[in-house]
Ligand binder design. Structure first.
Ligand code: ADE
Length: 267
């Protein structure tokens, strides 16, 4: 996977991507990252890339020509028109399946806006996908581009080692992660759940699955629609929901839980 980022802040992209797991994958040659400075394509005296919007309004706009020339420099080098992702709060909201789909591309270009936006005409000409990373507004597209590249990288074969790929599977099944514990066995008076110390693998797997279903039902019930639950698990979800409804008074709920979350009961 070759990432190309059109940006006014190349150092931000390179610093971020050359770190940790993505950094390791770049060193191994599984990924490449290139940050193209749009300012290098502003052929005027002060290398200016922004101007006032026609019709008035607050702020400045990034002009079409430097963005276009920066894009062209990539397209010409790789010899074809790559997919171009424009980061904007107005885009389609990013999700795991999108990461998986984009990971199949050989080259991906990310266009990071700054100021109040980019001249619409260049967007019409080069952008293939408009993507948002959530319903909030950031100062520029660099962080969203890094978020996307990070999660796309995880989907590129070889980027994660065996142990790390295991983590992918749990979200792929649309369930949240189960809780995990390491040494010591007791910390601040809290004990590691007995089953995890038992060495009984089938019971451990059963407990972890139950915890995942419970947490998803409690914190992200919207994900359950896509989760592959057994009839028994659906019954458990219905039972928990009924209990939560009965204790929906927040003060009452806190009293019942003693300030902590209630974990699933043995059937
Ligand atoms: N640019 C500014 N805010 C953004 C967001 N939430 N997602 C993608 N790009 C953005």
């Amino acid at each position: 996977m070759n990432f190309h980022v059109l940006t006014l802040f190349p150092e931000m992209i390179l610093q971020g991507m050359n770190t940790s797991i993505t950094g390791r994958a770049i060193a191994k040659g599984l990924l490449s990252i290139e940050a193209v400075n749009i300012r290098d394509f502003a052929f005027n005296k002060h290398q200016k890339v922004d101007d006032y919007p026609y019709g008035g309004g607050a702020g400045m706009l990034m002009q079409a020509e430097p963005v276009y020339l920066a894009y062209r420099s990539i397209a010409e080098r790789i010899g074809r028109k790559p997919r171009v992702v424009f980061l904007t709060p107005a885009g389609q909201v990013f999700h795991q399946d999108m990461a998986k789909e984009l990971a199949k591309e050989e080259d991906l270009v990310f266009l990071c806006g700054h100021y109040e936006g980019i001249d619409e005409r260049v967007l019409e000409e080069i952008v293939t996908d408009q993507v948002s990373i959530g319903d909030y507004v950031l100062t520029g597209g660099e962080l969203p581009a890094m978020v996307m590249m990070d999660s796309i990288s995880r989907m590129v074969p070889g980027v994660l080692n065996n142990q790390e790929s295991g983590e992918t599977e749990s979200f792929a099944g649309s369930l949240l992660e189960y809780p995990q514990y390491s040494r010591p066995e007791e910390w601040h008076g809290k004990k590691v759940p007995e089953v995890l110390l038992s060495g009984h693998h089938a019971n451990i797997e059963k407990w972890r699955r139950e915890q995942s279903v419970f947490r998803t039902a409690k914190w992200r019930p919207d994900l359950l629609k896509k989760a592959d639950l057994t009839n028994k698990e659906w019954n458990a979800v219905r039972k928990w929901r009924k209990e939560w409804k009965e204790t929906s008074d927040p003060a009452e709920q806190l009293k019942q839980e003693g300030g902590t979350r209630k974990e699933p009961q043995e059937e």
